[in-house]
Design a protein around this ligand. Structure first.
Ligand code: MG
Length: 249
């Protein structure tokens, strides 16, 4: 069942989402060559605590970090580690959420470290653009398939692959709520989008092929092809006036 939120609940969610967005922005400012992903994670955790919030991901299903930090051909769910050192040329994906006043926020971004290849730049830009196209499609009266179709039709024109095995989701009192929000689909199909839905829309896009596998650590998801992958995510609310991005700093 989809938990629709009233305007007071959406108002309450704004705080969790703002903290999530500020944490993600901080990640972008902190990332530099030579830093371990654990050190980055520690700083993000400190920031979230200072806001009086709790990291949504820490301990979720046993996840051992505050943020998921995934490099290059890793798609999502990278575990922060002292042994993983960020280098020039890396694509660093940070996915982080904050919980406060009974609600979660959830957002993600891909950051380029120094110089990256034109192909990597195109992948990042196309993935980010596909997120905003999906958000534009999240209007009352549209259907869930319109969101996935917006992502898929945008990125596939570049030959990129939409990850199928992991999808976006409802978010609110729980980190993962109904419905699932695939990044692929058919326009005009699926459940009707309604005011009061709060969704985490999160295209995960591979440079080559859509297949992914989970590493032996039980968490890290990487591309089967070994190609780069990009990920962007916002938490949005669907209102009678259209979509509102809640994860804005
Ligand atoms: Mg999410």
């Amino acid at each position: 069942m989809v938990a629709l939120k009233n305007s007071a609940e959406i108002k309450a969610m704004e705080k969790a989402c703002r903290i999530s967005a500020e944490t993600l922005q901080l990640a972008g400012e902190l990332i530099k060559p030579g830093m371990s992903t654990k050190e980055l994670d520690r700083k993000l955790h400190e920031f979230i605590k200072k806001q009086g919030a709790v990291p949504s991901f820490l301990g979720y299903g046993g996840f051992p970090g505050c943020a998921c930090i995934s490099l290059n051909d890793q798609v999502i769910h990278g575990i922060p580690s002292d042994k993983v050192i960020i280098k020039d040329g890396d694509l660093v994906k940070v996915d982080v959420g904050a919980y406060i006043d009974g609600f979660h926020g959830d957002n993600a971004a891909t950051y380029a470290v120094g110089e990256i290849s034109p192909e990597a730049r195109l992948l990042m830009d196309a993935t980010r653009d596909s997120l905003y196209k999906a958000i534009e499609a999240a209007v009352p009266g549209n259907r869930l398939g319109d969101i996935g179709h917006a992502v898929q039709s945008h990125v596939e024109q570049f030959g990129f692959g939409v990850v199928r095995d992991f999808v976006g989701h409802g978010v609110g009192r729980k980190l993962h709520e109904s419905p699932e929000v695939p990044n692929f689909g058919t326009a005009g199909k699926g459940i009707r989008l309604l005011p009061g839905m709060t969704l985490a829309i999160e295209p995960m896009i591979n440079a080559k092929g859509h297949e992914v596998k989970i590493l032996k650590d039980g968490w890290t998801v990487k591309t089967v092809s070994g190609s780069l992958s990009a990920h962007f995510e916002h938490t949005i609310a669907i209102t009678t006036n259209g979509p509102v991005i809640l994860t804005r700093p």
